[in-house]
Design a protein around this ligand. Structure first.
Ligand code: ADP
Ligand code: MG
Length: 732
């Protein structure tokens, strides 16, 4: 009876009528167009004079400083190459603290005496000047002082983003203020890569490596996401504005059947994935793995790993390309950590390792006892980093959206612990028990550690519940949010590991200076940190209640909400470490603390407003319509009086009462939310305000939504205005 005017039902009909996928013969193989839209090594060699090419390559490969005298030549070559591919504009492409990427396009266009020319100058390549005043800086500086500029990061290749009517040359850049303050997420990441390189080199030198010139951190990000039909998305203001559904009754079939994980991929989704991958390949992003995830309509894409800054850039590209291509397919891509309550959320597994300049993975236990010992030094350094700076790592993954995921029963908990796997745990236990100190060589060979990589790869990674797991030759930091930039998490991780390496190497060297032989000194110090870091090692089920209790006993923090987690940034030891490793200045730390608290406040304010708006303009009107209808029916029955048997309107009255209760509770709930937010307005200090909101509003919002969810289950289907979970997650 309502279907003619109900937009939700029209959309259902429309989607049903959609259905046909255009099959085109595959035009490309994976490698044929790979990187064709990047200014990569091949293009550089082809288009640059030999000496310029060599200088630029050294800058990139060896992390050397850019020779500014070559900038004009490089810029010119880049422009010629770009124009040959239909590019009219260029932009510095950077990562302000919004967590997104930013761009501002400029045409190559210039006017001179002769008329119009297309030019791209060295200084335009090297430096750009966006209007910085509107980006978050967290400082108390005036708009004028917050002026910033972008500077080319040659270690990440420039690329062409295709547009509908022409393409754009994107130049990966950092974003800094004129006083040298990092206004972005990338600068600190680059600094942290520098720090860990210096520290890790000390370890290599300790074990006699004189060849390696630097150490890079490598990352591979597994990106999870949801896809729903765009028509549904258009009818959900909450998804559009906040990225998640603020209302939605549980579907009768959730993920209980677990039939989606690794299931066969629907053709419509596969077509989307294939188109996305084509776009990514053109951009030089080596997308490698794709599969269905645990929840219905949830998927994952993972590229082959790269140096951390390049990997972080690529993750941004992956998110952007997926979003864009989804729209072409009439789909909406959801990157939010928890778009649907009660359904598995999305994360981003950050696979992390270190490699030396010769390409050796330093977390790959070697074939000789020395290599193994070196591996163990790195391993305990990482353990110490996570143990001592776990709260900073927790801070680095904190956001209003990730709060919905961490600690839910399907995601890593807010407790940061490390999983090593049986074999490594066994080795560390033996070291602790002193079974290794006598004959290091013999022990390592006896235990067959030299075969560690092959064996451990099978042994590890069984524990999918750990937030920080050793998976053979890398660690997997699994608690990062799906919508987040991975830069901060890697920055903090790099800094903390670098700092631990420094401490550990210093202790080994002190021992040696006192006359102890190298291996013995190393084992002695390793032993000390095996013991010290024991509390963060956990091999069991991280989702369990027992672990929460156990972690508490061990003194590990379990911080559930962002504004509290952010306090790791005001802890003196943490600040000292970040300063010592030169990844942040004091001012930058303060700025980030404020920005993150502000972002939390804004997110919660927007969610509250969006929710109450939907309640007032969509949910209550539908409920009231039905309430009035029922009232008419009940009154009609009453008027017939004794003509009908007693209790004739019983069902109608019950439904009526339930509706009234939910309507009133919703009204009241929104009033309460409003009152709390008004109270928060009066709190001057931004951190206090964020904490007040997280303690008072976030759970309230969650409680109040249940009345709306109940209404969804009571109202006639034809009256309900919002696409339901059972539709968004199962119809495509
Ligand atoms: P798993 O199935 O254990 O998660 P995969 O082989 O599928 O492992 O790898 C997951 C991600 O880890 C991929 O992005 C991959 O490129 C990345 N990865 C593999 N080795 C490294 C490494 N040494 N450093 C960083 N990332 C790595
Ligand atoms: Mg993995």
């Amino acid at each position: 009876m309502y279907s003619n005017s109900n937009p939700r039902q029209s959309v259902l009909l429309k989607i049903a009528a959609n259905g046909h996928i255009n099959f085109e013969p595959q035009k490309m193989t994976n490698s044929s167009r790979f990187g064709e839209n990047t200014f990569n090594d091949h293009v550089m060699r082809e288009r640059l004079p030999k000496d310029v090419y060599k200088k630029l390559r050294d800058t990139i490969k060896k992390g050397e400083k850019l020779d500014i005298t070559i900038a004009n030549t490089v810029a010119h070559a880049m422009k010629e190459w770009a124009m040959s591919k239909g590019v009219s504009h260029f932009t510095h492409w950077f990562q302000p603290q919004t967590g997104l990427t930013a761009e501002k396009h400029d045409a190559f266009l210039e006017l001179d005496e002769e008329g119009v020319v297309e030019r791209f100058r060295g200084n335009q390549l090297v430096q750009g000047e966006p209007d910085a005043s509107s980006f978050p800086s967290g400082g108390s500086r005036t708009t004028f002082e917050a002026r910033g500029y972008t500077a080319w990061d040659p270690s990440s290749p420039a690329f062409i983003m295709e547009g509908p009517k022409g393409s754009i040359l994107c130049i990966p850049s950092v974003f800094i203020s004129y006083t040298g303050e990092a206004l972005d997420k990338k600068t600190p990441l680059l600094r942290s890569m520098e720090s860990i390189s210096l520290s890790a080199l000390k370890v290599l030198r300790l074990f006699g490596n004189t060849i390696a010139s630097r150490v890079v951190t490598t990352i591979g990000t597994e990106q999870e996401y949801f896809l729903i039909d765009k028509a549904f998305y258009n009818l959900r203001p909450d998804l559009q504005i906040t990225g998640r559904t603020l209302q939605g009754a549980k579907p009768p079939k959730g993920q209980q059947l677990e039939d989606h994980y690794f299931g066969s991929i629907k053709e419509r989704v596969l077509a989307f994935m294939q188109d996305s991958e084509t776009e990514l390949y053109k951009l030089g992003v080596p997308a490698k793995t794709r599969h269905n995830e645990v929840a219905p309509h949830q998927f994952e894409i993972a590229p082959i790993f790269a140096e951390a800054n390049v990997g972080a850039d690529r993750n941004h590209l992956i998110m952007e390309v997926l979003k864009k291509v989804a729209l072409r397919h009439g789909l909406a891509l959801l990157l939010h950590e928890k778009p649907f309550a009660g359904i598995n959320g999305s994360g981003k597994h950050n696979n992390w390792s270190m490699a030396d300049s010769e390409g050796h993975n330093l977390l790959d236990p070697g074939a000789t006892p020395e290599k193994n010992l070196q591996f163990l030094v790195f391993l305990v350094s990482i353990l110490r980093a996570v143990h001592k700076y776990g709260d900073l790592l927790r801070m680095a993954i904190a956001s209003a959206s990730n709060d919905h995921r961490l600690g839910a029963n399907e995601a890593p908990p807010a407790i940061i612990s490390v999983f090593l796997g049986e074999q490594l745990s066994h080795i560390l236990d033996d070291i602790k028990a002193g079974r290794v100190s006598q004959s290091v060589d013999k022990y390592l060979i006896d235990l067959g550690i030299s075969k560690l990589p092959a064996i451990s790869r099978d042994n590890t990674d069984r524990n999918r519940t750990s937030p920080f797991a050793f998976t053979g030759e890398k660690f997997e930091f699994r608690a990062i949010g799906s919508s987040a930039s991975v830069s901060l998490a890697n920055t903090v991780l790099n800094a903390a590991v670098a700092d631990s390496i420094d401490v550990i190497v210093a202790e080994i060297e002190a021992k040696r200076a006192a006359g102890t032989e190298l291996k013995e000194a190393v084992i002695f110090v390793i032993n000390k940190y095996v013991v010290e870091t024991e509390p963060i090692r956990f091999e069991g089920n991280n989702y369990s209640k027992e672990w929460e209790k156990e972690a508490k006993k061990r003194g590990l923090p379990n911080i559930k909400k962002t504004p509290h987690a952010l306090d790791a940034l005001v802890k003196p030891e943490n600040i000292d470490m970040l300063l010592r490793q030169k990844v942040f200045t004091k001012q930058e730390i303060e700025g980030r603390y404020k920005i993150k608290q502000e972002q939390y406040i804004t997110a919660l304010e927007i969610e509250s407003e969006t929710f109450c708006n939907m309640v007032n303009t969509q949910i209550l009107p539908a409920a009231i319509t039905y309430k009035n209808e029922l009232l008419n029916v009940i009154q009609g029955i009453k008027e017939l009086g004794t003509l009908l048997p007693a209790g004739s309107a019983k069902t109608e009255v019950e439904i009526f009462k339930a509706i009234v209760k939910n309507i009133d509770s919703l009204e009241l709930g929104c009033e309460q939310i409003k009152t709390k937010l008004e109270k928060a307005e009066g709190i001057e200090n931004v951190a206090d305000k964020a904490k007040f909101i997280s303690d008072n509003v976030s759970d309230l919002l969650n409680d109040v939504r249940h009345y709306a969810d109940d209404l969804e289950n009571i109202l006639p289907d034809g009256l309900w205005p919002l696409p339901k979970y059972s539709e968004m997650l199962f119809i495509m």
